[in-house]
Write a protein that binds this ligand. Structure first.
Ligand code: ADP
Ligand code: ADP
Length: 228
């Protein structure tokens, strides 16, 4: 589904953020990328939706070289959730969630129905939470809205960059278990960045353990934990 072939990314200042990366993620698989800050996890993710371009190597999505795809069309196939989900402050939660269906040209009513369905899917009540504004939600609830919004166009791929990184540990655990349940229903192909090994182990079908610019190990949680 997603395949990296010898992908290297150097920034203009000489930093080599990822160095000759090759790996494959299967359809419906959730791979966690774990490692210390600055080891190239975010760079890896941003190349998948062409926010940045590799210096060399190529990335295939369903067998297609993504550098040949129109970035806008590509991003419709890929949902993106980041640590500080940016919601429109003057739109209600329901309106925020309906943004993508709306942009895709869905009729207003259908877009709102879809948004309500998505909020329900992530454990928010469309009738109450949906009518609030983002600053009337807790941090954990805002992240759920971010997940709902990323799912709106029903993309086969999700990129999640520390989506639960900014919420407190109790809420984080709750979000993790709900997210696992959600993934069992929706079965997306997911790259999930975290610097928390426990989170990586709990969520990942497989784990990519990053060292500086490289993946040092790419295996199931059991194997990664069992490694010396
Ligand atoms: P991580 O997500 O693992 O924290 P990043 O992919 O953000 O790591 O960064 C990898 C390396 O690339 C770091 O050394 C970082 O400082 C560097 N880097 C990231 N973005 C840029 C940029 N725009 N220009 C120069 N260096 C960058
Ligand atoms: P969480 O454990 O999900 O992070 P919080 O403890 O932050 O939740 O918030 C608890 C409840 O208070 C939530 O149901 C949230 O909707 C509500 N809440 C938080 N901030 C506000 C606000 N500014 N206005 C109205 N309700 C709020």
């Amino acid at each position: 589904m997603i395949r990296f072939e010898h992908v290297t990314k150097g920034y203009p200042d000489g930093t080599v953020a990822v160095d000759d990366l090759s790996f494959e993620v299967a359809e419906g698989e959730l791979v966690t990328l774990v490692g210390p800050s600055g080891c190239g996890k975010t760079t890896t993710m941003k190349m998948v939706n062409r926010l940045i371009e590799p210096t060399s190597g190529r990335i295939l999505l369903d067998g297609e070289d993504i550098s040949t795809l129109d970035p806008v069309a590509l991003r419709r196939r890929i949902g993106y959730v980041i640590q500080q989900v940016g919601l429109f402050p003057h739109k209600t939660v329901l309106e925020n969630t309906a943004t993508v269906p709306h942009l895709l040209g869905w009729p207003r009513r259908k877009a709102r129905e879809r948004a309500a369905e998505l909020l329900d899917l992530v454990g928010l009540d469309p009738a109450t939470h949906g009518e609030r504004y983002p600053d009337q939600l807790s941090g954990g609830q805002r992240q759920r809205v971010g997940v709902a919004r990323a799912l709106a166009a029903d993309p086969p791929v999700l990129l999640m960059d520390e989506p639960f990184g900014a919420v407190d540990p109790v809420v984080r655990e709750h979000l993790q278990s709900e997210f696992l349940r959600l993934q069992q229903q929706v079965r997306k192909t997911i790259l999930f960045v975290t610097h928390d090994i426990e989170e990586a182990v709990r969520l990942g079908d497989r784990i990519a353990v990053y060292g500086s610019g490289r993946i040092e190990q790419f295996d199931t949680p059991a194997t990664v934990l069992g490694a010396p």
